[in-house]
Design a binder for this molecule. Sequence first.
Ligand SMILES: C[S@@+](CC[C@H](N)C(=O)[O-])C[C@H]1O[C@@H](n2cnc3c(N)ncnc32)[C@H](O)[C@@H]1O
Length: 289
Amino acid sequence: MEGEWTVRRVLGWTGDYLRRGGVERACFEAEELLAHVLGVERLMLYLQPERALTAEERARYRELIRQRHAGVPLQYLLGEVEFMGLPLRVDGRALIPRPETEQLVELILRDLGSLAEAGLKLLELGTGSGAIAIALAHSLPRGEITAADISTPALALARENAARNGVASRIALIQSDWFAAVEGRFDLIVANPPYVSRDEARSLPREVREHEPRSAWDGGEEGLEALRRIVTEAPPYLKAGGGLYLEIGASQGARVRSLALASGAYERMEVLPDLSGRERFFRAVRRAR
Ligand SMILES: C[S@@+](CC[C@H](N)C(=O)[O-])C[C@H]1O[C@@H](n2cnc3c(N)ncnc32)[C@H](O)[C@@H]1O
């Protein structure tokens, strides 16, 4: 009977169903998806437990729950995340931006300090949804930003997100295999490249392994393929004194540092922790010749 499918009842049922399907925060996610279908804030559900779903709402909710049960990430189903307070569309075209990556952007902004007002030239490699480039463009109103990715679908998503956040005119999006199509020299280069090793890939959550683009996380046998290319190819594209900022896997700091050391092109090489103390970032400065 239509009237019996109330908010309370469908949540009880779908929360259990998702939990049995291996979804960790099953109740929270069931609520997020229902609020999305009903077009309300999640907390509103608590105020309307006896609200009855229409047949159309039920059908849309059932389909989202089916996909979530099959491992599609919550963020793809909601179609949106916030990154540094900015709304970004997300879907299977690109990796879902992670909170650690916000910390990388915060590190850059902290390091730039008053230079943030200068007309700096910045390059992001592997922009995906555009998260890093868009957040930098937003915080650096005079910055000139180039954002590259090898993936055509990711670049289309980044373009949509840049437009949505009003920074499309300040980000040049280019298709490039790392530096292959990049021209010029930059004050700063940043990348969150794929860095998951073959071993780690085996224990990735199925949400990532089966639904986020493999080219966004697969870093080859040791997870270092992309990092090696970026660290060794970056020097001619960095101005003297320019900074290289990378997100890395928690066990890769020493290897990335020795790659940078071996190139002879950098000074002040540092592996830096995220807020939970894991070594997730690498920073180096281009040595003057
Ligand atoms: C870990 S994702 C990062 C996405 C986004 N920057 C973020 O932080 O959420 C890595 C990105 O690198 C891109 N990528 C992979 N191989 C590449 C290559 N050879 N050249 C340029 N980009 C590449 C992928 O398409 C993906 O968008």
